[in-house]
Every structure is written in structure tokens, then in C-alpha cells.
Design a protein around this ligand. Structure first.
Ligand SMILES: [Zn+2]
Length: 280
């Protein structure tokens, strides 16, 4: 069987970049919060370097502006840098103009820090959706602004488009093509469940995650794994999160590192730019 390279990705954001907690911690207070990104990113870089793997780091523009040296360090180690937007706002909460402003601001700040072009994007909380939260209009805006791939459509119920493809696919827009890289999900009797990152990667049995990747790879398709620096932090500052958010952000948090190590040992991994087909 042909070896398929899977994608290992990291959303470079701080412990307080959690969607829908504006009433608990509004963005106006972010500058006063202790940043925990650097030491957690260093942990991730050590794990990747030990396994000789390069990954894709979707950097939040806010973090690139506040901690440019951290983003430089990631780029200097040879990893791919992409955008996670600027202000960590779900796309469907913005107008197309506001989205374009957030997107281009992140691109400008990140490119200035790394001194090179970026062409990948991932929205906060998989927020390219259909239906009442329709934000498919974001795709042509991405193409118009020089982005060539996206990783913002989760094939999931609540936080995605449930019937979206589970493997990478091409989306044609009026401004050009976008390659879409969905996060790994497992198809079950109750629909797709998230196993490629977050609480799903930490909580579901490892053999289930392994099988999901094996199934995709067996069809010649890569799996996309996603991580957050705060998942490598045993003791982040405490905020009073609602129960579901607490579980999503912190449930079984200690298993992240072990899971990632096992995955890197069991499958070949790389950055999305490698899977995309080399340099654009
Ligand atoms: Zn995020």
C-alpha cells in the first residue's frame, strides 16, 4: 500500500481564545491576560523535532502581533505558517467586509513577521458553515486574497457542515480554486464524530482514531490532525467556563501529549504544503 502523508496542524492561539466567552472574558481584556503560548509551543516543537516531522501552524494574527518572536521561532524550525484570522471571531458573526478586514490584517501581520508569503487559512471554530449560519461566501474572499487552501469546514453537526466530504477536495469559486482540508472525523451510526483533535482526540479510544486514519489512508487520502498550545498546558489560568466548554477545552487534557506521540510513531505526518503538492 502506498504511504500517505497525513497533516499535523496547530492553531497558534492563547488559552483565552475560546469562542463565545465574550461575557466572561471580552477581547478588550486580552492584553491584560498572561500569555502561555510560548512555553506550550516550545513543547509542541520539541515533540515534532524529536519525531523529525514538520507541521502547519495556523497562527492567530493577534498572537503574531503580541509575540512575533514565537512565530519567528516556529518558521525558523522549518514549519509551515498559515493564518487563523486575526481576532478569533467565527466567520458567520462577521459581514463579508469585516471578514476580509480580519483576514487581510492577519495576513499582513503574519507575513511581516515571517518575511514570506502564506497561503493557508483556518477559521476559528470551523466557522465556514451552511444554513442559518451560512458563511460559504468566505471562500471566494479567501481566493481573492491569495489563499490557496482552507481548513475551516468540519464534516460535523453542531460546529460544521454534517454532510461535507471527509477527505480533501477542491472548491471552485468566482475568484479561483480553494483546496479544502477537513479535520479527521469518524463516521458512526450517530453521524460523524470528531477524532482528529480537541476533546475527541483526547477522549475516544486510541484504536478508533488509528482505524479512522487507516481507513482514509487506505483510500489514498490524508488525515488532518489539529492541536492547540493550551492542550499541552497542565495548569492554565482558571476562568469560569460553562460545563460543555470546560469539557471541550480541558477534558482528559493530560492524554494529548501521549496521543500525539503515538500518532507520530504510527503514521507518516507532514505539513499541509507537502500534501497540497509541494510549493505553490
Ligand atoms: Zn482557534
Amino acid at each position: 500500500m502506498r504511504k500517505v502523508t497525513n497533516a499535523i496542524t496547530v492553531d497558534v492561539e492563547d488559552w483565552f481564545h475560546i469562542c463565545d466567552i465574550e461575557t466572561i472574558l471580552p477581547p478588550s481584556q486580552w492584553d491584560r491576560c498572561e500569555s502561555r503560548v510560548e512555553k506550550n509551543v516550545i513543547k509542541i516543537l520539541e515533540i515534532l523535532s524529536k519525531n523529525r516531522v514538520f507541521g502547519t501552524f495556523f497562527v492567530l494574527g493577534y498572537v503574531a502581533e503580541r509575540l512575533p518572536e514565537v512565530i519567528k521561532m516556529i518558521a525558523e524550525e522549518g514549519h509551515e505558517i498559515a493564518s487563523h484570522g486575526f481576532g478569533h471571531i467565527q466567520i458567520y458573526k462577521m459581514t463579508p467586509d469585516e471578514f476580509e478586514g480580519d483576514l487581510t490584517r492577519s495576513k499582513r501581520v503574519i507575513q511581516e513577521v515571517v518575511g514570506g508569503e502564506i497561503f493557508g487559512y483556518r477559521a476559528p471554530e470551523w466557522s465556514i458553515r451552511k444554513g442559518t449560519r451560512n458563511s460559504l461566501w468566505a471562500l471566494p474572499i479567501l481566493a481573492l486574497n491569495g489563499f490557496r487552501y482552507d481548513s475551516s469546514i468540519a464534516p460535523l453537526r453542531i460546529i460544521g457542515i454534517p454532510n461535507a466530504p471527509r477527505k480533501p477536495y477542491t472548491i471552485r469559486t468566482d475568484h479561483g480554486k480553494i483546496e479544502e482540508f477537513p479535520p479527521l472525523v469518524k463516521n458512526t451510526l450517530v453521524g460523524n464524530v470528531p477524532v482528529g483533535g480537541g476533546w475527541g482526540l483526547r477522549v475516544f479510544p486510541y484504536r478508533m482514531i488509528r482505524r479512522s486514519i487507516g481507513e482514509l489512508n487506505g483510500r489514498g487520502m490524508p488525515a488532518v490532525i489539529f492541536l492547540h498550545p493550551s492542550e499541552f498546558d497542565p495548569d492554565p489560568p482558571k476562568i469560569p467556563l460553562p460545563m460543555v466548554k470546560r469539557f471541550v477545552c480541558r477534558g482528559k487534557i493530560k492524554s494529548t501529549e501521549e496521543r500525539v506521540e503515538r500518532l507520530l510513531g504510527d503514521f507518516p505526518f507532514g505539513a499541509i504544503r507537502e500534501i497540497y503538492g509541494g510549493s505553490p
